[in-house]
Design a protein around this ligand. Structure first.
Ligand SMILES: [Zn+2]
Length: 128
């Protein structure tokens, strides 16, 4: 009988500890308005935490902006870093004329090698 007494209890599913004497942290709801679909996303944060100015829209995933009162927060994107592409990085090291020159060199090398490979193949066919 003793081995049956634990039946029906799923570990982790619920706490057996009572909530008596537990003080819940103060929480505040923040509303974010989507810049794309205009739907609202409500997020709950700790009252003493700084809510971010933007959150991902729950409906479409676009940027949703924090609403304060009747208006939404202005978000300054001017400080955002624009991702550098490989091309941008290349241009920091080489000028366009230099790149043209390198391309010509490389093309000449590839053409020269292709020529020798083709000659070799033809040579092998002739000898076979
Ligand atoms: Zn949206």
């Amino acid at each position: 009988m003793a081995d049956r007494s634990l039946r029906g209890i799923r570990l982790g599913a619920s706490s057996l500890q009572s909530e008596e004497g537990v003080v819940f942290h103060q929480r505040t709801d923040y509303t974010y308005v989507c810049t794309l679909c205009s739907r609202e996303t409500v997020m709950t944060f700790a009252a003493d935490a700084d809510a971010p100015e933007a959150w991902e829209c729950r409906t479409c995933g676009a940027e949703a902006v924090l609403r304060v009162g009747d208006a939404v927060v202005e978000i300054d994107h001017s400080g955002d870093k624009v991702a550098r592409t490989h091309w941008d990085m290349l241009l920091e090291r080489r000028t366009l004329p230099e790149l043209e020159e390198l391309l010509e060199e490389r093309l000449a090398f590839v053409r020269g090698r292709r020529g020798t490979v083709e000659e070799k193949v033809v040579g092998e066919r002739l000898s076979a």
